[in-house]
Design a protein around this ligand. Structure first.
Ligand SMILES: [Zn+2]
Length: 273
C-alpha cells in the first residue's frame, strides 16, 4: 500500500472582509444604506418577498445541489440554507480537473536537484535547499526526516495510475481516490515531497505516520522552512488526509503554483511564537 497521491479541489470562495473594499466603495455603500432608511417603509414588502424567495431557493438548492464529499452521503440530510452564495463559485475552475484532481505542469528538468543520498529523489532547487535545511534542523533535535518521493514526471504518474490501477482491478474513479491521474499530481511541480520517519519506516505512506516524531516535528516546524501539509484532515479541498505529503510554498512561484486562482481564502492562524 503506497503511492497514494492526491491533489486538491478548489474551495468555494467566501465573501471578502470589509478591509478589502476600497474606502471610496465603502463610503458609497454607506450612503446607499442611509438612503435605504428613508425608503424603508416602501421596501419592507419587497424585502419580505425576497427573503421568502431566498429561503425557498436555498432549500431547493440544498436538495438538488452537489454533495460535498462522499463520506457525508449517508449522514446529515438537513439542507444548508444560506449556502447558495458560496456554491455559485463552485464551478469556476473545474476545467482543469480530472476526477477532482487539479492539473499541474511538470517542473523544468534544469531546475531539479537531488534531495536524497542516492540522488534519485529530486525537487526544484528552491524547495530542495529549504528541505535540506529542514532535515538538518530536525536531525539536530534527534528526528530523522526521510524523503520518500519528490518530483514525478507525468509519464511516471501514468504508470502509477493506470498500471497499478489495472493490477488492483480499480476503476479510474476508485484509483483517483488513492492516486492522482497523470498531469494532476502535485509531485509534477517538483515542490511536493512525501516524507517518512527514519526511525519508523513501517509508517511510510500510511496514516500511522501521524503518530511518529517526524510528523510531530513537521507539524511544529515545517512552516518555518516554507513547507505545509497539502491535505490535512478536513482540508478545504475535500481531499483525503495524507500526513506524509508536504509541499513547498515558500517562494512566489511555488505559492502561485498551488494557490493562484484557486479561490482559497486566507486563514486565521495562531500568533507567531
Ligand atoms: Zn505525495
Amino acid at each position: 500500500m503506497n503511492n497514494a497521491e492526491f491533489s486538491g479541489k478548489p474551495r468555494n470562495s467566501l465573501p471578502k472582509s470589509g478591509e478589502d473594499i476600497p474606502v471610496a466603495l465603502r463610503d458609497a455603500a454607506d450612503a446607499e444604506s442611509k438612503m435605504g432608511l428613508r425608503l424603508l417603509p416602501l421596501t419592507i414588502g419587497g424585502v419580505a418577498g425576497f427573503i421568502i424567495l431566498a429561503i425557498i431557493s436555498g432549500f431547493l438548492f440544498a436538495s438538488i445541489g452537489p454533495k460535498k464529499n462522499p463520506d457525508s452521503l449517508s449522514s446529515s440530510s438537513s439542507p444548508q440554507v444560506g449556502n447558495s452564495a458560496s456554491n455559485a463559485n463552485k464551478n469556476t475552475d473545474q476545467n482543469d480537473q480530472v476526477l477532482g484532481h487539479l492539473a499541474y505542469s511538470e517542473a523544468p528538468g534544469s531546475d531539479l536537484v537531488p534531495i536524497s543520498a542516492d540522488r534519485r529523489i529530486k525537487m526544484r532547487k528552491a524547495a530542495a535547499v529549504k528541505f535540506e535545511q529542514m532535515v538538518a534542523a530536525a536531525r539536530s533535535q534527534g528526528v530523522h526526516l526521510v524523503p520518500i518521493s519528490g518530483f514525478r514526471s507525468i509519464k511516471e504518474q501514468e504508470q502509477l495510475f493506470f498500471t497499478i490501477g489495472a493490477q488492483r482491478n480499480q476503476t479510474p474513479a476508485q484509483r483517483a481516490a488513492l492516486s492522482a491521474p497523470p498531469g494532476h499530481s502535485e509531485h509534477h511541480t517538483g515542490y511536493a515531497v512525501d516524507i517518512g520517519d527514519g526511525a519508523a519506516p513501517a509508517t511510510n505512506l500510511v496514516l500511522s505516520f501521524e503518530k511518529t516524531r517526524a510528523f510531530q516535528w513537521l507539524q511544529a516546524n515545517a512552516a518555518r522552512f516554507g513547507f505545509e501539509m497539502s491535505f490535512p484532515r478536513n482540508n478545504p479541498q475535500g481531499v483525503s488526509y495524507e500526513p506524509w505529503h508536504w509541499r513547498f510554498v515558500g517562494d512566489r512561484d511555488s505559492l502561485e503554483t498551488f494557490y493562484k486562482a484557486r479561490n482559497i481564502k486566507p486563514q486565521q492562524t495562531p500568533l507567531p511564537r
